[in-house]
Design a binder for this molecule. Structure first.
Ligand SMILES: Nc1nc2c(ncn2[C@@H]2O[C@H](COP(=O)(O)OP(=O)(O)OP(=O)(O)O)[C@@H](O)[C@H]2O)c(=O)[nH]1
Length: 349
């Protein structure tokens, strides 16, 4: 028989799932919803861009025990910047569900800095009712193995010291580092695409950057027993000093380094054809992430398309609902100023 988690405390515990664009956060949240832990879970999804992709992918997911109202989507914003307007009302809605959720999972945008959100748990309207059970950072293992977001910090420091006139700050790298520095548990995801030597090397590299002992758990498709992820009991909001951030001195932050745009896509003949076009769009300079839903002529099913860089995945997820607009739309997230014409051209074939 499966052991269930211990009974809840008075404050509802919240797990913050952070991780760079496309690392596998939504996949991991779906795993948590699939259960095996004996808890009623509610979810808040925050997205960069407003296509509503992740919320749509989670709500009505067909998982038993996951009612549609238990997933609240907060598109087009940063949770910690919109605490009063968005986050508090979202918590109100979820905490009012009968029976009340035992646990709330918050999936942050892949460009979000987690620490300001953890700090928001000290707001009086929030602090009395919820606590941060733990910050789980999902890492795209193959991306890090390719050296995309984790330069050697010692080498970087030496470089900066050697030439102060150079601006070595790479916002992408800072976002990635802020996410792992805030974590109570790190999921090294997509290990199915890595050799065991790469898994070992990336784990060692991340461990060397962490300010404190944090477990790094390898996973493929977020397949980790939910009882490992929830119930960490970190009360992270009381522990902010242990979570250094590149943005500690600034007090506030913005998202000017990134932007998103929605591209309508006409019906395509085959998933293979759209995968080819999306891969070309993903290869455009500065493009980080592409995702959305597409329609195929004569097909009742909706095609989910996802790309992380130029690695593209697609599958049919469900039938288009009666009355639902059968329109293909892809959200593209990239560095500010990415070439929208080049992306539109690639998507048009
Ligand atoms: N091969 C492989 N693919 C994965 C794994 N985990 C997720 N993916 C795929 O990677 C893509 C991104 O996964 P998501 O779960 O949407 O990632 P995310 O972090 O929620 O993405 P954003 O919300 O855009 O930041 C999808 O196509 C997933 O199917 C994994 O462990 N292995």
């Amino acid at each position: 028989m499966q052991a269930t988690l211990p009974a809840t405390t008075a404050k509802v515990p919240c797990t913050i799932v952070t991780g760079f664009l496309g690392a596998g956060k939504t996949t991991l949240v779906r795993r948590i919803l699939e259960g095996g832990h004996g808890r009623r879970i509610a979810v808040i999804v925050n997205e960069f861009g407003d296509v509503g992709f992740d919320g749509s992918f989670l709500s009505g997911c067909g998982i038993a025990g996951c009612p549609e109202e238990a997933v609240v989507e907060l598109p087009n914003g940063c949770l910690c910047c919109t605490v009063a307007d968005d986050f508090v009302p979202a918590l109100d809605r979820l905490l009012a569900i009968e029976p009340a959720p035992d646990h709330i999972v918050i999936e942050t945008s892949g460009l979000a800095l987690p620490k300001p959100l953890v700090s928001a748990f000290n707001w009086p309207q929030i602090r009395s009712r919820v606590t941060v059970d733990g910050v789980v950072a999902v890492v795209d293992g193959p991306a890090v193995a390719e050296g995309r977001f984790a330069d050697d910090p010692a080498a970087l420091a030496a470089q900066r010291a050697a030439d102060e006139t150079l601006d070595h700050d790479n916002p992408l790298e800072e976002v990635f580092e802020d996410q792992i520095l805030c974590a109570d548990l790190i999921v090294l995801n997509k290990t199915d695409l890595m050799t065991s030597a790469e898994i070992e090397a990336v784990s060692a590299q991340i461990a060397s950057e962490l300010p404190r002992a944090v477990k790094i758990v390898p996973a493929a498709n977020g397949a980790i027993d939910a009882r490992v992820l929830i119930g960490l009991g970190a009360a992270a909001e009381n522990d902010l000093a242990a979570r250094p951030s590149h943005h500690d001195d600034i007090g506030e932050h913005d998202h000017d380094d990134f932007e998103s745009a929605i591209f309508p896509v006409a019906d395509v003949d085959s998933p293979e054809e759209i995968a080819r076009r999306v891969a070309a769009a993903g290869a455009v300079d500065g493009v980080l992430r592409i995702k959305g839903f597409l329609a195929l002529p004569d097909k009742p099913m909706r095609l989910v398309v996802q790309a992380v860089g130029s690695r593209v995945g697609h599958h049919f997820d469900r039938a288009w609902k009666p009355g639902e607009e059968r329109a293909g739309r892809l959200v593209v997230i990239g560095l500010k100023g990415f070439d929208r014409d080049a992306v539109a051209g690639a998507l048009a074939g």
